[in-house]
Ligand binder design. Sequence first.
Ligand SMILES: [Cu+2]
Length: 290
Amino acid sequence: MGLELPQRARRIATATFVSGSLLVLGACSAEDTAQIRRLAMPEPATEEAPAIYDLWQGAWLAAMIVGVLVWGLIGYAVIRYRRRSADEIPVQTRYNLPIEIFYTVAPVIMVIVFFFFTVDAQNKVLANPTPDRTITVVGQQWSWTFNYAEDAEPAEDDTENWVHFVGTPAEAPTLVLPLGEKVRINLRSPDVIHSFWVPAFLFKMDIVPGRDNYFTVTPSREGTFVGKCAELCGAYHSRMLFNVDVVSPDEYDDYLADLESQGSTGLITGGADADTQIGLDDEYDTGDDE
Ligand SMILES: [Cu+2]
């Protein structure tokens, strides 16, 4: 009688776990399975992305080890020190100083370890080496403008040096990037805070009005990737979509030449347009004109 219950419970738990796993895995495509294996991260598409990818995997691994340990100890305590008969209460323990010190210090150590690896990964993705190309990305309500410089590190006031493509909320623009070259991305906003996010880069950075944020990225895979604004920025925030096309450096140069031949020259930051936005210069009518 004493052994029967745990045994039955164990059998039920095993059956639930096996049938649950089969149900979940059976519904998966090959792509889903690959994503599960990457713990829900997209496949990295830049040379900087693996730093974030390793941090993600490492954090999960550490969390799982701690989880298994804690679940194991809970299970052990529950079974080993359970109430065995109706008239006997298990040993009641209050105040165990060594254990209390341990469960205060252990999480602090875990946070320090996570912090160390987070700073390390951040330093890697924000190392900002000397770029081969420079692009100034403008996030505006509610689309994107991509300004491509012809020099590696141009001055923004040298407008001769730039060509641009202006997106609209109706049609998602495409950001073209050269494969294997270090691209400095400057982020500018004329209105509110936006956030530049390409999931396949495993990276996002806020675009703050009046602040010159930038990062450097080296695309490592040709192909088309999706990008979006990751900061709720107004009524049509959800329209702030764009595509990223990673092409060979030669195709990249051809694209810039195309923009130039279409007359899309100069640097567009949207700053001047912001002054003419409806309502910005209107005086507030208090209705109090005596
Ligand atoms: Cu936005």
